[in-house]
Design a protein around this ligand. Structure first.
Ligand SMILES: Cc1cc2nc3c(=O)[nH]c(=O)nc-3n(C[C@H](O)[C@H](O)[C@H](O)COP(=O)(O)OP(=O)(O)OC[C@H]3O[C@@H](n4cnc5c(N)ncnc54)[C@H](O)[C@@H]3O)c2cc1C
Length: 120
């Protein structure tokens, strides 16, 4: 059943939800205070895989979110909303010691087993 849906907040989460709801045929209105918050401030780097956080639920949310971004771009492109504002260009890790860099490297290789999107 098609519904009238109000989405409060037009950041990446509200905008993405609105897009897919509208695609599914719902009538969507987005309300934003115009202030802009996290999305307006972010640098656009999507690289959750190297985080040292041990919270598995958090890791699953952010890594699946990053993987989903490719689908979002492909869906937008198929609707004629192609953008060249996003490019995958790798990650630069700065560390104060060789041990730290080795740890990050090992973690990346381990996580790549489940998330091949990490690349090289
Ligand atoms: C400084 C900074 C840098 C970041 N850098 C990165 C990064 O490099 N890579 C990365 O992946 N993530 C980054 N993040 C995290 C990422 O930006 C956020 O996780 C994401 O943008 C959150 O999106 P959101 O839609 O949930 O919230 P928001 O983008 O905060 O959207 C909320 C929207 O709701 C609106 N709003 C709020 N209150 C109301 C109200 N009462 N009525 C109407 N509208 C309202 C606001 O105007 C805003 O547009 C960064 C965050 C910050 C703060």
């Amino acid at each position: 059943m098609k519904k009238k849906i109000a989405v409060i907040g037009g950041g990446i989460v509200g905008a993405t939800a609105s897009y897919y709801l509208a695609k599914a045929g719902h009538s969507v209105s987005v309300f934003d205070s115009g202030k802009g918050q996290a999305t307006a401030a972010s640098a656009g780097i999507i690289c959750p895989w190297l985080s040292r956080r041990r919270n598995k639920k958090w890791y699953r949310l952010v890594s699946e979110g990053a993987a989903f971004y490719d689908k979002l771009l492909a869906d937008l492109a198929s609707d004629g909303l192609k953008t060249d504002a996003y490019a995958r260009c790798g990650a630069l890790i700065l560390g104060q010691s060789v041990d730290y860099l080795q740890e990050v490297h090992d973690r990346a290789l381990e996580r790549r087993e489940q998330a091949p999107l990490i690349g090289n």
